[in-house]
Ligand binder design. Structure first.
Ligand SMILES: [Zn+2]
Length: 576
């Protein structure tokens, strides 16, 4: 099937239902639009489709307003006006429109004409909305707020932690940089201090987690579920895989990934000339080389990345250039900018926006190529009228981004003229990719255990964690640091703030690897299939999105083994 990879970047999407000048930050102007929609009662399939389009337009306008304010705030955090504007939207607008959206979705589901709409077109939307209505419980609303507040307590506790390094007080994130230093005794000292600092707040962290587990278990019971795990799967819209599939994934990782993970760690130990690998030996370059420095100015960065995208396909180069021209990129680190990186959408304009903090490191290339994959996904689906269908499930969104990281690999020479640098960048990517899988299995298996055994003591919980650490340990010697190992999970914010949000990346990685494997056989065809799948947005179920990209929606030993064999081959090819 021949595909043209192109996007009408000039196309605009003027408002039809929402008044041109309506201010989405003013509830007095938003409320009447919901009232009009809810008072309409569409009386034939055509009217119902028009109603959906209008509702979608309103949702897009609201989301764009929120996203615009979020972008404004994160690009300049020291401006109190921007912060207040975002806060106002979060506190005054979102809590008001959420129940109205819930009511609108219920009205759609209950409309007699819904069953007369084309099934193929609306099946995914109907399933999603029916699920959200079925899960909703009024008595869970205050519990969700408590859950969020506990997440904030966790954040506060972790954010306040500092240690002293070389006489200066630094945050744990700043301290973590020293784990990349060649001086081994400094690394050990910093690692020990970080672990000791977290253990100081051990009891408080354990209690926050106890309360979260109890709260979540209660919410699940309200909605009629036997445990929070089963509830969370429905809440995360995991319609196409089960807990059993996740267990098979863990087993597959144990059998197909662990041997390679151990080989990677053994090589590190050998290169570092150590008799055993300790927890503070994992982040330093094994040959003690200075970090790669692929660019020094933002202009160089943007031009280089544009060339890489253009080599994946000329259209990606054009799309990226368009983003640069339209000021849809905020890339360089500067004072007053929020940390981290993200890709978000301007929903009404149907355009992506990329935010990051580049400082000239290899990691920046990975971030921008990754977020670029998300941006192309947004552009690919921009002609889709339903806002819900312009976004895929997370398990496939990350195929778009991680897939692009792998498709871009052969072209990294745009930054690394020297073959040794190129091999090093490429090798590190595959090593990280392999080592991430056991970490995902560990985190996922732990949460399955916690929420299916909601009544447990701290000691039993620590034992459950340690058993899993041992199962997925790739040659790190923890002896003498048993307590640190038992509570190491306190540092993983997902467990506290976004439960069960972990395995999604593993599932996506397998999709991305399958795209990459195809690209080694026929690059152009693989890129075209990848694009085909992106254009579907979220309009089809996960297995179909994967199939469109030329990948199987499967995550067990059978699929992992050949992927790991190909990665191993690549690791050997790029070893120094
Ligand atoms: Zn991503």
């Amino acid at each position: 099937m021949p595909t043209t990879i192109e996007v009408d970047l000039k196309r605009s999407f003027p408002r039809k239902f929402v008044p041109q000048d309506a201010d989405m930050g003013d509830w007095a102007q938003v409320e009447p639009l919901f009232s009009r929609l809810l008072g309409r009662h569409p009386s034939c399939p055509e009217e119902l489709e028009q109603w959906l389009a209008d509702y979608s337009e309103l949702c897009a306008a609201l989301r764009e307003e929120g996203n615009k304010r979020h972008i404004a705030m994160t690009t300049q955090t020291d401006d109190p006006v921007r912060e207040a504007s975002f806060q106002q939207f979060v506190e005054e607008i979102i809590p008001r429109y959420k129940p109205r959206m819930q009511a609108a979705e219920k009205a759609y589901l209950e409309n007699a004409n819904r069953k007369r709409l084309p099934t193929q077109r609306y099946a995914v939307l109907d399933r999603k909305l029916a699920n959200s209505v079925a899960l909703f419980r009024n008595e869970n609303v205050p519990l969700e707020t408590q859950d969020e507040l506990l997440g904030k307590d966790y954040h506060k506790l972790m954010g306040a932690m500092t240690v002293t390094v070389n006489g200066a007080e630094v945050t744990l994130q700043q301290a973590a940089k020293f784990l990349e230093q060649p001086d081994r005794s400094l690394r050990q000292q910093v690692w020990e201090r970080m672990a000791a600092r977290r253990l100081q707040d051990k009891e408080a962290l354990e209690q926050i987690y106890d309360r979260l587990v109890a709260l979540r278990t209660e919410m699940a019971a309200h909605a009629g579920f036997a445990n929070y795990r089963d509830y969370a799967f429905r809440q995360r819209e995991r319609f196409d895989y089960t807990a059993e599939d996740c267990f098979r994934f863990h087993d597959g990782i144990e059998r197909a990934v662990m041997p390679l993970a151990r080989k990677i760690r053994a090589r590190r130990q050998h290169l570092l000339k150590l008799d055993r690998l300790r927890p503070w030996d994992l982040n330093v370059d094994p040959l003690n080389r200075a970090p790669l420095a692929p660019f020094s100015t933002t202009a160089e960065f943007v031009q280089g990345i544009r060339k890489i995208f253009a080599r994946v396909h000329p259209s990606f180069g054009e799309q990226f250039q368009f983003m640069a021209d339209q000021e849809l990129l905020d890339l360089e680190n500067r004072k007053g900018k929020a940390p981290g990186g993200y890709q978000t959408s301007l929903e009404e304009r149907r355009l992506p926006f990329i935010f990051m903090n580049a400082v000239g490191r290899d990691h920046d290339l990975r971030t921008l190529i990754h977020e670029g994959g998300h941006a192309f996904h947004a552009l690919a689906a921009r002609d889709e009228p339903l806002v819900d269908y312009r976004h895929a499930p997370i398990e496939f969104c990350e195929v778009a981004s991680m897939g692009m990281e792998l498709l871009a690999l052969p072209h990294l020479g745009e930054f690394y003229k020297n073959p040794e640098d190129y091999r090093r960048a490429s090798h590190t990517r595959f090593e990280d990719l392999v080592l991430l899988l056991p970490a995902i299995a560990l985190g996922d298996a732990f949460q399955h255990w916690v929420y299916t055994h909601p009544v447990h003591t701290h000691e039993v919980r620590a034992t459950a964690w340690v058993d899993l650490v041992n199962r997925f340990n790739a040659g790190v010697d923890w002896s003498g640091y048993e307590e640190q190992r038992a509570f190491q999970w306190h540092a993983i914010l997902h467990f506290f703030e976004v439960p069960f949000y972990y395995i999604d990346y593993g599932i996506a990685q397998l999709g991305a690897l399958q795209v990459w494997l195809r690209s080694r056989r026929n690059y152009r065809e693989a890129v075209e299939q990848y694009w085909n799948a992106l254009t579907l947005g979220g309009s089809r179920p996960l297995p179909e999105l994967f199939a469109a990209a030329g990948a199987r929606f499967q995550f067990d030993h059978e699929i992992l083994k050949p992927l790991m064999d190909a990665v191993e081959e690549e690791l050997e090819r790029t070893a120094d």
